[in-house]
Write a protein that binds this ligand. Sequence first.
Ligand SMILES: C[S@@+](CC[C@H](N)C(=O)[O-])C[C@H]1O[C@@H](n2cnc3c(N)ncnc32)[C@H](O)[C@@H]1O
Length: 449
Amino acid sequence: MNDFCPYFTNDGSIGLYSPTVDDIYHSTYGALTEAYEKFILPADFEKFFENNNQIKILDICFGIGYNSKSFLNFFLEKIFNKKKYIQNIEHNAQIYTDNILPTNEEKKSNSNSIYDDKIHTDNKSCKFSGDSACNNKKFKIFINAIDNDKNLLFISPFLKNSGKNKKMLFKNEKIEKFRKVKVKKRFKLKDEINIILLENLISNFDDFLDDENLQKILTAKQYNQFFDKYMIDLYKYKQKIRYNKTSKHGLMTFLHNIYYRYVSKRHKKALNCLKLNAIQMNFNCEDARMALLRDDALYNFIFLDAFTPSKCPCLWSVDFFKELYNHLEQDGMLLTYSSSASVRHALLASGFYVGKIYSSLSKKYLGTVATKNKLLIKYELSEYDLGLIKSKAGIFYRDENLDALNCEINTLHEKEVEESDLLSSSKFINSYKKSHNNKKEENNYGEVL
Ligand SMILES: C[S@@+](CC[C@H](N)C(=O)[O-])C[C@H]1O[C@@H](n2cnc3c(N)ncnc32)[C@H](O)[C@@H]1O
């Protein structure tokens, strides 16, 4: 946990910095804004759900979960039509919560009580109605989240959805400089998103409720400002219920408080989704290459959010992309923030059609999409992008057996670049500029190497 350096990014969401690699996990402009701009908005989920009611998402490099959280948020807000959805469920469905709602015995002993807030019966009769997007649809969401850092997975449901740094815990000039930039549009995560994550983590990991590292960090004073107190209480409550450590009286008082504060509000909404099996998350805590080799599912969307290619080449190699190709549905879409020529070249060499991500919010090209269906490409690669791909900048990483270390992959790559007769990226850029009268065709050249 030495590496756990949180701070509030410009949009109020929490970003992380790693002193070991001296790198940030999220854009200082806004961790949540970045997830929306680079993954959620370009995926055009509204269009997807016009013809589908089931979705499978592979979230590679889940970290503290902004991409999955933003998807769930978008889904609940824009697709599920929250108001009508909740009203309907309350009429038609019974969500019986084994841990949260009381036993009959408990109900009797608390007659005029906290438990009168009932939710009624029968999953089968549950129908969703609402606008055209969710008319009579029963949605199924499956997210497969992979990250090799278990601490990040475990911390993800406890982080505040927004706030302001009272005091930075560490000094970093790069972050300080960027923190002055103002955010144009603010997104907001619903409270129930963290509960959905918490419930899924409990059911995925036997040791989640006992994890010492997690407990240490959740109770450390210096991190206080970053954690949602309600979520921590809820976690404690789950522990108590599971191990039944409290006396009956103590437990009931605790339950009473918790019920009023969470269950009747955000928790009820989250449980509605979960108990109807609408949202299911699977967490894999290992190297994404290994996780993928054991997985035979096909996904509608793949989010690839690894550290930059030179820091984590194992997740940007042509061989890894071939695996991703085999895990993508015919009309699926892979999205990544990287605009690197070597990444785009490797995607092309793996069989994908490749295009750009354009953000109408920042009016910039911000990343790359890859698909098996050319018609899904909205913004094609330009003459400049294609030229760069053919220069040394386009030489991609190789990891034939999907088991090499990052330093080994980098060494191999450096050697290939050194021995190559291709034009260097700077020579290509200069000659391109000259032949185009020094006029910048791109408004954002982005990361090229
Ligand atoms: C840029 S951060 C991702 C941020 C994340 N999407 C979020 O919302 O917090 C990169 C992540 O890649 C993970 N990672 C690095 N190497 C990995 C590997 N070989 N397999 C799986 N995850 C890896 C790191 O633990 C880190 O969380």
